[in-house]
Design a binder for this molecule. Structure first.
Ligand code: PEP
Ligand code: MN
Length: 293
């Protein structure tokens, strides 16, 4: 396929590829970037799993999950510390742990020798997140917070850029370009569900856009993973959509794993327990074997 003619007549033109996101676009059909996070490579044959709790609630829970992650050959430990919480009121069931959480996560990652990823919600948090973590997550609500993108990119740390839940692929690649323009090519994209006409009803909060996986692969060299936990908002649907993501060509998945999902402080309905998470890891590698070998 000639990249120049990618998607003729669609919302991404050959001119966009040339002038708006030349760094995010691939030059040759076979171009694909590999991003290193610690000793993990994202965008190669091996599927990457990023698993852990929505919120690093306390030291013992993150140590238990990190130990489980290591035993189950999970690639990267995820955990929120600075959270973009939807509602401003905080309580015993809805809080963030900030710098303290970041220190616990970092300690657990080092103890079990597993790289960690966590979100920076604002520019002022970037230096701390860069100091303690192996990869900086930019959340869906900040995909077009351009000063934040630039500040995070300048650290030269690997970046996980989540797609804005109302953003087109064109906007997504525009945001990616801000990061690449800082000379930071350690960039991984993440589809985490978009708002569609039927969402925000009783069925689902977001719709996982599986179609963006081949679309990204057609235009860009960047690796892409999905986050079916945030998309479905509903634990029973996480496994089918994680497996569908891998079958559709994703380079990995981000999954919420909790020691006691029903009592999770944030988003209790979407987390898998450790047994369900171990089962999912096995299935992910089985599907990957089928589609990647
Ligand atoms: C998260 O991963 O914890 C998170 C808040 O995700 P998103 O930005 O996709 O909502
Ligand atoms: Mn969440």
């Amino acid at each position: 396929m000639k990249i120049e003619n990618a998607n003729p007549g669609k919302d991404i033109s050959a001119e966009d590829i040339r002038t708006k996101f030349p760094l995010a676009a691939k030059k040759h059909a076979s171009d694909h970037s590999v991003v290193k996070v610690g000793n993990v490579s994202i965008g190669e044959r091996e599927i990457v799993t990023m698993m852990g709790p929505n919120l690093v609630e306390n030291r013992s829970m993150i140590f238990s999950i990190a130990e489980w992650a290591k035993e189950n050959r999970v690639s990267i430990l995820r955990g929120g510390c600075f959270k973009p919480l939807t509602f401003p009121y905080r309580g015993v069931k809805y809080f963030e742990t900030g710098l303290q959480g970041l220190k616990w996560l970092s300690e657990a990652g080092k103890y079990f020798d597993i790289p960690i990823v966590t979100e920076a919600v604002s520019e002022s948090q970037v230096p701390l997140v860069a100091e303690y973590s192996d990869m900086i997550q930019i959340g869906t609500r900040n995909m077009q917070n351009f000063p934040l993108l630039t500040t995070a990119a300048k650290t030269q740390k690997p970046i996980l850029l989540k797609r804005g839940f109302g953003s087109s692929l064109r906007d997504f690649l525009g945001a990616a370009e801000y990061i690449l323009l800082e000379g930071n090519s350690s960039l991984v994209l993440c589809e985490r569900g978009i708002v569609a006409p039927h969402t925000h009803k009783s069925t689902s909060r977001f719709l996982l856009d599986l179609q963006i996986i081949p679309a990204v692969k057609e235009i860009s060299h960047l690796p892409i993973i999905t986050d079916p936990s945030h998309a479905t908002f509903w634990a029973p649907w996480v496994k089918p959509l994680a497996l569908a993501s891998i079958a559709a060509g994703a380079d990995g998945v981000m999954i919420e794993t909790h020691v006691d999902p029903r009592n999770a402080a944030v988003d209790p309905l979407q987390a898998l327990d450790l047994t369900q998470s171990s089962d999912l890891v096995q299935f992910i590698h089985s599907i990957a074997k089928l589609v990647r070998e």
